[in-house]
Design a binder for this molecule. Structure first.
Ligand SMILES: Cc1cc2nc3c(=O)[nH]c(=O)nc-3n(C[C@H](O)[C@H](O)[C@H](O)COP(=O)(O)OP(=O)(O)OC[C@H]3O[C@@H](n4cnc5c(N)ncnc54)[C@H](O)[C@@H]3O)c2cc1C
Length: 442
C-alpha cells in the first residue's frame, strides 16, 4: 500500500483556521495569563473553548460515539502539529495529556456505566484526570516491575504503594492507577488499571515534584493549585469498589498499549509544532540581525544550521505522519505499528533539542533570556527524552523488531562470504559458463 498523507480541501480549511486561531488568539492569552489560579484561568479560557466547539473541533481524539470527531490519526497529527505551537492550545481543544490518553483508554476499555462516570465528563472537560504508573523506588522503564498492590477484600480493592510523576494528581478528579492484582501471572498479565476518585481515603498527594521546567526549592513540599504539576502519591489501605477496575484483572498492559500509541503520535506532532516555531524564529533572526553589514543568514555556518534544521524537521515530520498513516491503515490501536511509533518517540524529541539549541545560539544572549520562549521550551523539551518511555527503551523496541525479521547464518563472518558466493554459483553458475563461452574466439 502506498503511503498517502494528503487530506481533503475542506479539512485544510479547518487546519488554516486552527493555525490562525492558535497564533492570534491562544498564544496572546498564554502570554498574559501568568499568576492566575485555576478558577481564573478556566474563566479566561471558556470563550476560546466555545469557539473550538463551534468549529466542531472539540475532543478531536475521540470517536463520534463518545462525543468526539473520529477523524483518525493522520488528521489528528496535522492538528497537533499546529497545537504544538502553544502549551495552552491542547487544553483549549480538550485534547491535552494525560486526559486525552485516559479518555482513549476509557473509550476502549470502559463499561457503559464507567463511561458515564468518567469518560463523558472528561469529554465535556468537567473533570481532569491522572495516569499513575511510575514508581520512585523502581526502574519504571520496565513497567512489569511495579510493586503497587491492589488486593481484593470483599467487594473492594485495597491499594498500597507509592507513585510519582503522576501528572496533575494534585488537581485532578480521578487517577487511573496501574497496580499489581495478579502477582503469580506472567509478567505482562500481573497488573490492572483501577480508577481512584479524588478524595478517596488512603490516597495522599504528598507533593508536586520540582522539575527543570517548574523548579521548586529542593526539599520544599509544594502542592500546586494548577495543572502541569508532577505529583508524588501515596496509597495506604486505599479502598475502592471492585467496579472501579477498567477491563478485566491482568489486562493493564493490554489497555496501556492501546492507550499509548495514538498519544505518542499526537505528542510527537506537537513537538514538530515546537520545532516549526523555533525554526521560524531562527530564520527571522537570520534575516533581521546584521553583522559586518550583512544579515546573519549570509554566513555559511548560519546557513548550515538552517539547512540542517529544515531537513531534520521535514524527516521527523514525515516519520511521524507515516506512523499516523500506518495506525489508520493497519488498525489494532497501534499494536500493529509498534516499530514506527517507537522510532518517532526517540527520534523526534532529539530533533527538537537540536533545533532549540541552534535557535538559542542564533539569538545570542537574547536566546538565553526569558524574554523569548526558547529557554523554557529547551528546559521542558528535555523531559521528552524520558517521559513516556526513555529513548533507550524505544530504541530497544525498534532494534528487536528489526532483528526478529533477520535470519541467522552459520559460521564465522569469513565463512559466510564464501557461503554466499557458493550459493550464487549454484544458482547462476550456468549464466557464468554461458558468458565465458561467448568470450571464446569463434
Ligand atoms: C515530565 C514528565 C511527565 C511524566 N508523566 C508521567 C505520568 O503522567 N504518569 C506516569 O506514570 N509517569 C510519568 N512520567 C514518568 C516517566 O514515564 C518515567 O520517568 C519513564 O518511564 C522512565 O522511568 P524511570 O524514571 O523510573 O527511569 P529508569 O527506569 O530508572 O531509567 C533510568 C535510565 O536508565 C536507562 N535505561 C532504562 N531502561 C533501559 C533499557 N532497557 N535499555 C537501556 N537503557 C535503559 C535510560 O537512560 C533511562 O532514562 C513522567 C516523566 C516526566 C519527566
Amino acid at each position: 500500500m502506498a503511503w498517502d498523507f494528503s487530506t481533503e480541501a475542506e479539512f485544510q480549511q479547518q487546519l488554516d483556521w486552527i493555525k490562525q486561531f492558535v497564533d492570534e488568539e491562544i498564544i496572546p492569552i498564554e502570554l498574559i495569563q501568568e499568576g492566575l489560579n485555576q478558577a481564573q484561568l478556566d474563566k479566561l479560557w471558556a470563550p476560546l473553548k466555545q469557539k473550538v466547539k463551534d468549529h466542531n473541533l472539540w475532543s478531536p481524539h475521540l470517536g463520534p460515539e463518545d462525543g468526539g470527531q473520529g477523524m483518525g490519526q493522520l488528521k489528528l497529527g496535522l492538528i497537533h502539529e499546529i497545537l504544538g505551537r502553544s502549551e495552552l492550545a491542547p487544553e483549549i481543544f480538550n485534547c491535552q495529556g494525560p486526559d486525552s490518553g485516559n479518555a482513549e483508554l476509557l473509550a476502549v476499555g470502559a463499561t457503559e456505566e464507567q463511561r458515564e462516570r468518567w469518560l463523558y465528563p472528561l469529554m465535556r472537560a468537567e473533570v481532569r484526570s491522572t495516569f499513575a504508573l511510575t514508581e520512585p523506588h523502581i526502574a519504571s522503564s520496565d513497567p512489569t516491575a511495579i510493586t503497587t498492590r491492589a488486593e481484593k477484600d470483599g467487594d473492594h480493592w485495597v491499594i498500597n504503594g507509592r507513585k510519582w510523576f503522576a501528572s496533575n494528581a494534585s488537581v485532578s478528579d480521578f487517577t487511573v492507577l496501574m497496580a499489581v492484582t495478579n502477582p503469580d501471572a506472567a509478567a505482562h498479565q500481573k497488573a490492572s488499571m483501577i480508577v481512584i476518585p479524588r478524595g478517596t481515603p488512603g490516597m495522599t498527594v504528598v507533593r508536586d515534584v520540582g522539575t527543570m521546567s517548574h523548579p521548586y526549592h529542593a526539599g520544599e513540599d509544594f502542592l500546586s493549585d494548577r495543572i502541569g504539576g508532577h505529583s508524588e502519591v501515596l496509597f495506604e489501605n486505599c479502598r475502592v469498589p471492585l467496579d472501579h477496575m477498567i477491563g478485566q484483572p491482568g489486562e493493564g498492559f493490554l489497555l496501556a498499549q492501546k492507550r499509548l500509541g495514538g498519544g505518542r503520535i499526537h505528542h510527537c506532532m506537537r513537538i514538530i509544532g515546537q520545532c516549526n516555531l523555533a525554526f521560524e524564529m531562527m530564520c527571522e533572526r537570520a534575516v533581521s540581525r546584521h553583522t559586518k553589514g550583512k544579515p546573519l543568514g549570509h554566513l555559511q555556518m548560519v546557513q548550515d544550521a538552517i539547512a540542517n534544521s529544515a531537513v531534520e524537521i521535514e524527516t521527523a515530520r514525515l516519520l511521524t505522519l507515516k506512523a499516523a498513516w500506518t495506525m489508520d491503515n493497519r488498525g489494532g490501536h497501534g499494536s500493529q505499528s509498534r516499530m514506527e511509533i517507537a522510532m518517532l518517540k526517540f527520534h523526534v524529541p532529539s530533533i527538537l533539542l537540536k533545533i532549540l539549541d541552534r535557535a538559542i545560539q542564533l539569538h545570542g544572549s537574547l536566546g538565553y533570556t526569558t524574554d523569548l520562549p526558547l529557554e523554557y521550551m529547551y528546559r521542558s523539551g528535555r523531559a521528552l527524552r524520558i517521559a513516556d518511555g526513555a529513548d533507550e527503551v524505544h530504541k530497544q523496541t525498534v532494534a528487536k523488531q528489526i532483528l526478529k525479521t533477520i535470519e541467522a547464518v552459520d559460521g564465522l563472518p569469513s565463512a559466510h562470504i564464501p557461503t554466499r558466493k557458493k550459493q550464487a554459483l549454484e544458482k547462476y553458475g550456468h549464466l557464468l559458463e554461458a558468458a565465458k563461452a561467448a568470450e571464446k574466439p569463434a
